[in-house]
Design a binder for this molecule. Structure first.
Ligand SMILES: C[S@@+](CC[C@H](N)C(=O)[O-])C[C@H]1O[C@@H](n2cnc3c(N)ncnc32)[C@H](O)[C@@H]1O
Length: 221
């Protein structure tokens, strides 16, 4: 209950960043963590971005093996403090406070992302996906969600410069999905219903194809 109160308070205070009226449901958490697959005998590295009050984190934490690690990157300091307190006795877990764009990331087998991309501009969305997909091991998976109908509602309500920004942000997201999504599932049991996308890295970073100016392919060959 204290978690829900904190979530609602922070939503009222920083709506743009929190981007959800309630923590994810059990069904949404299950879909988001579908590719956090236990592998006994091997250590796995997992990253959760935007864990909020930890609604999805507990599903990941429950599946961690003895040698696995889980990094949590959370922009909201109140949420980060709560998470640090909740998992203070678990040495496998590390809470990093701040924007994911500003942290040095490790290399991960699985990334679960709760960021509200509907509120981000095209540049921020592209930058974050470049970083996250670039932090995945070959064969790794990135899962994130958006709300069903959310894009249409935002497009309809936005006007002027906000509409231009919204359309560009949605275009960037569509581009990333076309390139990287291998599975999408609808979760009706969430408020509001959500669409979960599962992505895999491909050879070229997304920004290279978008602006045609990147030489990193040549540099690495
Ligand atoms: C929609 S809430 C999701 C919370 C939780 N994962 C859940 O499903 O209930 C988005 C979370 O992302 C965090 N956030 C927003 N932008 C961020 C960024 N650039 N880097 C890290 N966290 C961010 C917010 O503070 C918030 O906790």
């Amino acid at each position: 209950m204290a978690e829900l109160t904190l979530f609602l308070r922070e939503y009222a205070r920083t709506r743009q960043n929190v981007g959800a009226i309630a923590p994810s449901s059990a069904r949404l958490a299950t879909a988001l963590t579908r590719y956090v697959i236990p592998s006994p005998g091997h250590s796995r590295t997992v990253l959760e971005v935007g864990p909020g009050t930890g609604a999805v984190t507990r599903y990941i934490a429950d599946s961690l093996g003895r040698l696995d690690t889980l990094d949590l990157v959370e922009a909201n300091p109140h949420f980060a403090t709560l998470l640090r307190k909740t998992y203070r006795h678990d040495a496998r877990m590390r809470v990093l406070t701040g924007l994911v764009q500003e942290h040095e990331l490790g290399v991960y087998d699985t990334i679960v992302c709760g960021l509200p991309f509907a509120n981000f501009d095209a540049r921020t969305t592209a930058e974050i996906f470049d970083r996250l997909l670039g932090a995945l091991r070959p064969g790794g998976t990135l899962s994130f969600f958006g709300y069903v109908g959310g894009a249409t509602v935002r497009r309809t309500l936005a006007a002027g410069p906000d509409r231009t920004r919204t359309l560009a942000g949605q275009g960037a997201l569509r581009h990333i999905l076309r390139r990287h999504a291998f599975r999408t599932e609808v979760v009706l049991g969430n408020l509001p219903p959500a669409r979960v996308h599962h992505l895999a890295p491909v050879d070229t970073p997304a920004h290279a194809e978008r602006d045609g100016s990147c030489a990193c392919r040549n540099a690495s060959s």
